[in-house]
Design a protein around this ligand. Structure first.
Ligand SMILES: *Cc1c(COP(=O)(O)O)cnc(C)c1O
Length: 394
């Protein structure tokens, strides 16, 4: 490339138009199909997607709903979480992970995260369990599964039944997987959403499998939960106008399902492209001679990391300056997330303070997501890496 081309290059954090260009005709045909049917809510289109996503996630059941946030809420409702209960989770996640808990009158009990994966640290969960613990919400942040085996053992639920000790089984605390960023991610061959009691997926447009608006799904191997979730998403109806439970109106639209069914067959290829881009970054950053300035994502043994985000860490307090350096040169980045949940203004009533979860607080200050979307080119990555290197040399 000539210097002039390099100068003009723009690299967004995510480029959905590039993806749409490759599936345009199929998406439009699918939308036509829905309009011809005039069936817009739930419908056969949604049922087929539920089966496809359940199969993809290695679960028996899929239950579509209106968003990933609602999936979390519905999952907690299905586990009977309510007033005065405690739910253990991570302080380093999207807001909905915690707000689903407080909306039910329950208390989020945060425990700190792992320094390298940014996921919840199972060894800290043990000490947080009380008589009131009603569920554990594990988040698979950035597209890598949290360490599920120790969670399954200490919670006494999920996993292959034979793997649990008797004392663990007696605790029987349900585990909800927040897999909004992790569809298709694996831990030793087991897919995100299939390991705990219920898995929650989001089809928000910027997720690895994104619709044309909001959408979500619950996946589970548990028939009782599947039945309850089917009721809960339609106002708790057992049959029309007979309400067994007080639920929500949280359904998946046929238009969303039709678009998602077009995209699902491409998802593995997109994931491979994201993984290839992540590997490219590793090589390029390795060659750039700034290994002591940034940390690259840590991938656990046995993990299929789907790189929803490629998150680097800048430890010397220069994260925001690097971000500005990149922004001024046309590179999109973002911080997931700048304020840990225990320090959110609306959760002040929980009584947490700065310093309670130092690892999450440091991550909020030091992490930065770089573009890793499937259509990203090697030239674009080269440009990003050269600008990061330039920043640290100056
Ligand atoms: C996106 C996301 C959600 C919420 O999903 P929506 O579909 O946007 O409601 C929940 N948890 C995590 C970790 C997410 O990334």
């Amino acid at each position: 490339m000539t210097p002039k081309q390099v100068e003009r290059m723009k690299v967004p954090l995510l480029d959905l138009q590039a993806q749409y260009a490759t599936i345009r005709d199929d998406v439009r045909a699918a939308i036509d199909r829905v309009f011809e049917s005039q069936q817009f809510v739930l419908s056969a289109e949604v049922q087929v997607l539920e089966e496809e996503i359940a199969r993809y996630s290695q679960t028996k059941f899929g239950v579509g709903c209106a968003s990933g946030s609602d999936a979390l809420l519905l999952a907690l409702m299905s586990c009977g979480v309510g007033d005065g209960d405690e739910v253990i989770t991570t302080p380093f996640s999207f807001f909905a992970t915690a707000s689903a808990i407080t909306r039910l009158g329950a208390r989020p009990v945060f425990v700190d995260i792992d320094e390298h994966t940014y996921n919840i640290r199972p060894s800290l969960v043990t000490d947080a369990i009380t008589e009131r613990t009603k569920a554990i919400v594990a988040v698979h942040l950035y597209g890598q599964c949290a360490e599920m085996d120790p969670l399954i053992e200490l919670a006494g639920s999920g996993g292959p039944p034979a793997s649990l000790s008797e004392s663990a089984r007696q605790r029987g605390i349900p585990i909800i997987e927040d897999a909004a960023q992790a569809i298709g991610a694996e831990d030793h061959g087991r897919r995100a959403g299939s390991m705990g009691t219920i898995g929650c997926l989001s089809f928000y447009p910027s997720k690895n499998l994104g619709g044309a608006g909001d959408g979500g799904m619950l996946v589970t191997n548990d028939l009782d939960h599947a039945r309850r979730l089917h009721m809960l998403r339609v106002h708790g109806e057992e049959r029309k106008y007979f309400h067994k439970l007080v639920g929500l109106n949280s359904r998946l639209d046929a238009l969303q399902a039709a678009v998602l069914r077009v995209k699902l067959p491409h998802l593995d290829a997109w994931t491979v492209a994201r993984q290839r881009n992540a590997q490219q970054y590793e090589l390029m950053f390795g060659d750039a001679g700034i290994a002591d300035k940034i940390e690259l994502p840590f991938v656990r043994t046995g993990a299929r990391h789907i790189f929803h985000q490629f998150v680097i860490r800048v430890r010397d307090g220069r994260r925001d300056a690097l971000r500005e350096h990149l922004r001024a040169r046309g590179i999109g980045t973002d911080v997931y997330y700048p304020v840990p949940l225990h320090l959110q203004e609306c959760f002040a009533f929980l009584g947490y303070k700065e310093g309670d979860f130092p690892i999450a607080e440091a991550a909020a200050q030091e992490t930065l997501a770089l573009p890793v979307y499937p259509e990203l080119t090697a030239d674009q990555q080269d440009y990003v890496v050269s600008l990061v290197a330039e920043f640290f040399r100056s």
